[in-house]
Design a binder for this molecule. Structure first.
Ligand SMILES: Cc1cc2nc3c(=O)[nH]c(=O)nc-3n(C[C@H](O)[C@H](O)[C@H](O)COP(=O)(O)O)c2cc1C
Length: 156
């Protein structure tokens, strides 16, 4: 399939150093507010790139749950592929694809675990169904089918 005719003119805005906040977190807050106002679906969804000890990259979508000057927080299963990559190599990259605004934000950094209290607080804040889903599913692992998850759920 030839996609060469998909062409957009990117005219929505310009990026000038003088318009940028000196503090990147402040700048991120401004852009996040603009993404919200623009009605971008799931503006907190971002691509998270990790690489294992052999530098094999992998990428997936996760949700940004909090941010402040100490960092950007997402939650995941510590047994997942991404978590295993991060154990081996904490350097990660995240990208928020706000294509509707003709904008993307790319952030490089080192991933660290939040405290158990913070993890637990988030877990308890989730709807019951999501809590149960997280409890029974072994993220990133292959399963024989949905029945297996339903059986695990019935054992709880
Ligand atoms: C819109 C969307 C949001 C997602 N949010 C999360 C999330 O916040 N945390 C998470 O662990 N997985 C999330 N996932 C699932 C991941 O993309 C991924 O499939 C899963 O975490 C396993 O990834 P891994 O095998 O690379 O570790 C989301 C998927 C989609 C499509």
């Amino acid at each position: 399939m030839d996609l060469s005719n998909f062409r957009e003119e990117y005219l929505k805005g310009q990026l000038h150093r003088k318009d940028l906040a000196a503090n990147p977190f402040e700048q991120f807050q401004t852009w996040f507010d603009q993404a919200l106002k623009a009605g971008i679906p799931e503006p907190n969804a971002f691509s998270l790139a990790t690489a294992n000890a052999q530098a094999r990259p992998s990428l997936r979508t996760v949700l940004l749950k909090y941010f402040d000057e100490t960092g950007f927080v997402f939650f995941t299963n510590y047994g997942s592929h991404k978590a295993r990559d991060i154990e081996e190599n904490p350097q990660v990259c995240m990208m928020l694809p706000w294509v509707m605004l003709e904008r993307q934000v790319i952030i490089y950094g080192k991933a660290v675990k939040v405290s158990r209290t913070e993890s637990l607080k988030y877990f308890l804040s989730r709807p019951k169904d999501s809590q149960l889903g997280a409890w029974v599913s072994q993220q990133s692992s292959v399963i024989s089918g949905r029945t297996l998850l339903e059986m695990k759920l019935m054992e709880l």
